[in-house]
Design a protein around this ligand. Structure first.
Ligand code: MTE
Length: 316
C-alpha cells in the first residue's frame, strides 16, 4: 500500500525526540510562544516550525524510548474508516465533504441522567488535554498519535451509571447519503463497538475530538471518536452518535463480521496470532524495519490487572 506524503514535509516539522521526551522543554517551548521578550533566533525558529504545519504536542503516555510521533501526513492519509471506503487513502479523499455540524450525541441506557447533547454541550464540561498515545491496528501496523480529548470516565460519571450498567456500547452515525461506504454491505452498519464498564472508566480511555492540536479531520473520525490505546484500533470507534450503558456485552461490528478473527476484548497481544497473520511484530508507519509488538501495546502496567484470571487466548 502506497502512503501519500507531502513533498514538502521536512523532518524539522516533527518535534525532535529530545523535545518531546523532556517535559520541561515541552512546557518551556509552549510557554515561550506567549513570552514577548524572546531572542530573534528562537522566535524565528519557533515561527518557522509553526508555519510548516502542526507540531506534535502533549503529554507522552506509555511511550517507549524509540517512539516518536507519526507525521501528520501519515496520521491523516493512512486510515481505516470503512464508511468512506476500504482503501487506506479512501477516507482522506471521500470524507472531505462530510458535514459534522450540527451533531448530536445520545447518552442513554442504564444511567440516571440520559440526555441528547449538541456536540458543543457534550464537550463543554470537559477540559481538553493533548496526550501522545501509541496506536496499534489489528492489521499489524502502528503509529504514535498526539490526540486531543478527555477521559471518557469523566463523561460517564456525569451520566451516573446505575448498578445494572456493566458495559458501554458506542454507535457511529448511520447515514448512507453522507457516508458512501454504508451503501455497500462490506460491514453490518452502523459500526458498533463496546467496552466493559471498567475498561470504559479507565483513565487512559480517551474521548477524542482533535489530533495534532487541531479539530479531528473527517477521516480520523470527526467530530468525536474513541481511542483505547491497549486495544487493537478497531475498538476505537469513529464519528460517535450514541453512548449507551447496557447490561450485556455489546455485539461489536467486527465480531459480527468475522467472530473467529475479531473478539470483543481485542487486547493487543503478541502471543495470540490473528488466524491469518502473526501479531508478534508490527510495522510502524513511516519505518522500514518491523518492531516487536508489546503486550497490551506497552500499557500492561496500567491495564493488565483488569484481566487477572482471564484466559486471554480465549478472550481475544
Ligand atoms: N470506526 C468506524 N466507524 N469505522 C471504521 O471503519 N475502523 C477502525 C477504527 N474505528 C473504523 C472505526 C480501525 S480498524 C482502526 S485501525 C482505527 O479506526 C483507525 O483509526 P485512524 O484512521 O485514525 O488511524
Amino acid at each position: 500500500m502506497l502512503i501519500r506524503r507531502a513533498a514538502d514535509i521536512r523532518p524539522s516539522e516533527i518535534t525532535s525526540e529530545t523535545l518531546y521526551w523532556n517535559r520541561r522543554e515541552w512546557i518551556a517551548a509552549a510557554g515561550a510562544i506567549g513570552v514577548a521578550a524572546m531572542s530573534p533566533t528562537s522566535l524565528s525558529a519557533l515561527g518557522a516550525a509553526r508555519q510548516q504545519g502542526p507540531v506534535a504536542r502533549g503529554t507522552p503516555y506509555g511511550l517507549q524510548p524509540n517512539d516518536k510521533p507519526t507525521p501528520w501526513e501519515d496520521v491523516t492519509n493512512y486510515n481505516n474508516f470503512y464508511e468512506f471506503g476500504t482503501g487506506k487513502d479512501d477516507p482522506a479523499q471521500n470524507a472531505q465533504e462530510f458535514t459534522t455540524r450540527p451533531w448530536t450525541v445520545k447518552v442513554d441506557g442504564f444511567v440516571t441522567k440520559p440526555a441528547d447533547y449538541q456536540l458543543e454541550d457534550f464537550l463543554k464540561p470537559h477540559k481538553l488535554e493533548d496526550r501522545i498515545y501509541r496506536h496499534r491496528c489489528v492489521e499489524a501496523w502502528s503509529m504514535v498519535i498526539p490526540w486531543r480529548g478527555f477521559s471518557l470516565s469523566e463523561m460517564l460519571k456525569r451520566a451516573e451509571p446505575t448498578s445494572q450498567a456493566k458495559f458501554v456500547e458506542f454507535t457511529t452515525l448511520l447515514d448512507p447519503r453522507r457516508m458512501p461506504g454504508q451503501r455497500s454491505s462490506v460491514l453490518d452498519w452502523p459500526y458498533i463497538e463496546g467496552l466493559r464498564l471498567d475498561e470504559a472508566m479507565h483513565p487512559l480511555t480517551l474521548m477524542v475530538n482533535g489530533v495534532y492540536g487541531r479539530d479531528l479531520p473527517n477521516q480520523n473520525g470527526a467530530p468525536l471518536r474513541l481511542h483505547v490505546p491497549w486495544k487493537y484500533g478497531f475498538k476505537s470507534i469513529k464519528s460517535i452518535v450514541r453512548i449507551r450503558l447496557v447490561e450485556k456485552e455489546p455485539v461489536n461490528t467486527w465480531k459480527v463480521s468475522q467472530s473467529s478473527e475479531y473478539g470483543f476484548y481485542a487486547n493487543v497481544n503478541p502471543e495470540v496470532d490473528h488466524p491469518r497473520w502473526s501479531q508478534a511484530t508490527e510495522r510502524r508507519i513511516g519505518e522500514f524495519l518491523k518492531r516487536k509488538t508489546l503486550m497490551f501495546n506497552g500499557y500492561a502496567d496500567q491495564v493488565a490487572s483488569m484481566y487477572t484470571g482471564m484466559d486471554l487466548r480465549k478472550n481475544y
